[in-house]
Design a protein around this ligand. Structure first.
Ligand code: ZN
Length: 363
């Protein structure tokens, strides 16, 4: 199937886009791009042949360079982009081996390894032919430069990238599937509860500590490296760590879910709750785009559930309780449980109730 992804382009590059429109290399079309509104422009075949990703934050286009958030892709698509013949000049820091360290609680030796690994990657600088920031082996997907579009989304420029991804519903073999409710959050990133009672409180990204951050910055300063470069590299890694957890959940859903219920949350709803921007971006991308595309390809329907009260209601007696950080306490039934597991169960039951109402309205 074809998957598409929208990447913000730096507003300072609007002039570049205008130049390409004026020269006829970007052509206005009546097409629509999922997730965006506004005028859509298609590259001429000549321009499409010159689209070259240069690093996670820039794309060469017809002799110009656009600052664009290319890193915001699921793992299969990112690998496809970097494996494309147009990406031979793509450079990045060699840090993929540090990804597992963000997915577990780091001991003293881990912290040393992490800091030293980042500093060494910064010292060497971005390189060609470096492993992408993924933790699984992906193959079979293809980037489609010809299908790229530029969109003027109410004055904000976006790049839409398209990929051919070999996605289909795995053969069932009679394996039981059931409804799944998903709670997304800070830590853990994604919690799943199913109608059969299975709960998986996923994994957490273990954030870069202040001490690690300061040690990296001190070493970077000594090497004459700008702090912005450090921040951008850490953001990429944290994004990749959250994405790795999300991919694990999506694979599980592909194999085991019959229908998925997820809160109707948009970009702005939880911005202030997130300490680390990289994790916030990954969760946003998952909610706003990846989950719908992946499940659609596997013929699994995704329903958005009203987020009101999902964290305040007891999943056992369905009466209000108290959420205190990671714990949900219900006075009515006298139990204290993991708040994320409780929320995932409430989302699941709320979704199932809505499905029944929908069914009755149709009859
Ligand atoms: Zn209760």
């Amino acid at each position: 199937m074809i998957t598409t992804h929208n990447h913000r382009i730096n507003v300072d590059d609007k002039q570049v886009i205008q130049t390409l429109i004026t020269s006829g290399q970007l052509v206005a079309t009546n097409e629509r791009v999922s997730g965006l509104t506004g005028q859509v422009y298609a590259p001429t075949p000549g321009l499409a042949a010159q689209l070259r990703p240069l690093d996670h934050g820039s794309l060469a286009i017809g002799g110009h360079r656009l600052a664009v958030e290319l890193h915001r892709l699921p793992e299969a698509e990112l690998v496809a982009l970097l494996d494309h013949p147009h990406a031979v000049d793509f450079t990045q820091h060699r840090v993929a081996h540090l990804l597992p360290l963000l997915l577990r609680k780091r001991n003293f030796a881990d912290r040393q390894t992490f800091v030293n690994g980042i500093v060494e990657a910064l010292r060497v600088g971005p390189q060609r032919g470096v492993s992408p920031l993924v933790d699984d082996i992906w193959s079979g997907s293809t980037w489609l430069p010809d299908a790229s579009r530029i969109v003027d989304n109410n004055g904000l420029p976006f790049l839409m990238t398209a990929f051919e991804v070999p996605l289909s519903r795995p053969d069932d073999d009679g394996a039981p599937r059931c409804a799944a409710g998903i709670d997304v959050g800070l830590s853990p990133v994604v919690t799943v509860a199913t109608a059969s009672g299975y709960v998986d409180c996923g994994g957490s990204v273990h954030p870069v500590t202040r001490a690690e951050h300061d040690a990296i910055c001190r070493a970077a300063t000594a090497l004459g490296i700008d702090e912005d470069v450090v921040q951008q590299l850490l953001l990429l890694l944290i994004y990749a760590a959250a994405r790795a957890l999300i991919e694990t959940v999506m694979l599980w859903l592909q194999h085991s879910a019959s229908v998925v219920y997820v809160e109707r949350i948009d970009y702005t709803t939880f911005k202030s709750d997130f300490a680390e921007r990289g994790r916030e971006l990954a969760v946003n991308d998952f909610l706003s785009s990846w989950i719908a595309q992946r499940m659609h390809a596997c013929q699994i329907t995704v329903y958005r559930v009203d987020p009101e009260n999902t964290s305040q209601i007891c999943s056992r007696c369905h009466l209000p309780g108290d959420r205190d950080g990671p714990v949900f306490a219900c006075e009515e039934c006298g139990r204290s449980v993991d708040a994320h597991a409780n929320a995932a169960r409430v989302i699941l039951s709320s979704g199932m109730t809505t499905a029944l109402k929908r069914y009755r309205r149709r009859k």
